[in-house]
Design a protein around this ligand. Structure first.
Ligand SMILES: Cc1ncc(COP(=O)(O)O)c(C=O)c1O
Length: 396
């Protein structure tokens, strides 16, 4: 029997005692949406009823787009029905619909699937051990005659090494599209993170820090780019009778915009609360052998959207998968973001760049990472209880 089997056996043997003492009374999910007051949403919906305008650049859409751009301190922002369609359109907007794009395997599948849907071959690049983002040192050797762009992800809202990535892109004449789905409101080096790169794409899915139920946006660098993006998300219509190109339906509707507007009033407080919870997690887990986490980066105002930990099985006494399963028994529902790696999805598995030997850091991180529950309404006492369970399981 291995040391880990023995440890797991010890936990199983003590389960009734541990459950009685540590099991949370209600399920704690990895996240919960920040929901506005129902009465306020009903008020917004009453307005939609009065105007009888449900979608297609309605009044609330216009208001939300303007207020969101102001909040994020970006000039050219286009709203979308979701982040995936926004990513799809971002590639089309830059006329990237063939060849190869360098991206990360350590992401949500949407990042890579939009390449596939645009008939682009994804080229997987390994990640940085600390930030979990594309490792610029690995990008250059993957650039070939068919490379069109780099598609990095600000994973968990931690900024990519934007200086190094831009320098490589400039040297090789490549576009950079950032998947900023996790990076709402993050600021880096005195600027909104979403303002870097040729385009940045945000997601406002209900599981995200900031939500419009479903939703997303592209942040463009110029008014002309925004105009093209707005045509593309509306079937290519430039006016009633002119279709300028093969557009799609990527429009956000009035109900989403209404929700998003109300969320804008809550987001600052949500970030403050999450920050306090992240700090509490860091304090509580600081000395647990085999459990590590990341600290704030310099020159960065974080959004504290996620709290990922890494589990070192030999030091903790249990591997990530076992911890994930054990925590469920205590009513604590964590998520293995991002496992499995996108490079292991069957449609990408045969790509040369998907070979695990080229992705050692991504492989290692993906097997150890676990995102713990975090959302503004999560009580600090619950975080303490979650940490108590993690501690007691580790000692077993
Ligand atoms: C990194 C990343 N990219 C893209 C998406 C897709 O966004 P959406 O769900 O809004 O389509 C998500 C999450 O959903 C994500 O986490």
């Amino acid at each position: 029997m291995s040391v880990m089997d023995a440890a797991a056996g010890a936990v199983r043997g003590r389960r009734p005692e541990l459950y009685a003492r540590y099991r949370l009374p209600e399920p704690v999910l990895v996240t919960r949406p920040t929901m506005p007051a129902l009465a306020k949403y009903q008020e917004q919906i009453a307005g939609i009823w009065e105007r009888q305008w449900l979608t297609n650049n309605g009044q609330l859409h216009q208001e939300f787009e303007a207020r969101l751009a102001a909040y994020l301190e970006v000039e050219h922002l286009s709203l979308f029905c979701n982040g995936t369609i926004a990513l799809l359109v971002a590639l089309q907007a830059l006329r990237i619909h063939e060849g190869e794009v360098i991206t990360t395997p350590f992401t949500f599948p949407a990042t890579v699937h939009v390449l596939y849907w645009n008939r682009i071959r994804p080229v997987f690049c390994d990640i940085d051990e600390y930030t979990f983002n594309l490792d610029p040192n690995c990008i250059e050797r993957l650039i070939g005659p068919d490379t069109k762009a780099i598609l990095p992800v600000h994973v968990f809202g931690y900024p990519c090494n934007i200086g190094a990535i831009q320098e490589i892109a400039d040297r090789h004449g490549l576009d950079v599209i950032y998947d900023a789905a996790h990076a709402f409101g993050v600021r880096h080096r005195g600027q909104p993170l979403a303002s870097y790169g040729d385009l940045s794409v945000l997601s406002f899915h209900a599981t995200k820090l900031f939500s419009s139920i479903e939703g997303g946006a592209i942040v463009a660098s110029t008014a002309a780019e925004k105009k093209r993006i707005d045509f593309l998300k509306n079937f290519g219509f430039a006016d009633e009778e002119t279709v300028i190109g093969p557009g799609i339906n990527g429009k956000m509707n009035e109900f989403q915009a209404a929700y998003g507007l109300l969320e804008l009033d809550l987001i600052d407080e949500e970030i403050v609360r999450r920050r306090a919870l992240v700090e509490l997690y860091r304090r509580e887990l600081a000395d647990v052998p085999g459990i590590s986490f990341r600290l704030d980066l310099p020159e960065t105002e974080h959004n504290y959207a996620y709290f990922p930990i890494l589990v070192d099985a030999s030091a903790y006494g249990m591997d990530r998968d076992a911890l994930h399963a054990e925590l469920k028994q205590f009513n604590i529902f964590t998520r293995k973001y991002f496992f499995p790696l996108c490079s292991t999805i069957p449609c990408y598995l045969s790509l040369p760049s998907a070979d695990p030997k080229h992705l050692p850091v991504a492989e290692r991180v993906s097997k150890r990472i676990l995102c713990l529950p975090i959302y503004g309404r999560l009580a600090p006492e619950t975080v303490q209880q979650i940490c108590a369970v993690i501690k007691v399981l580790g000692k077993s």
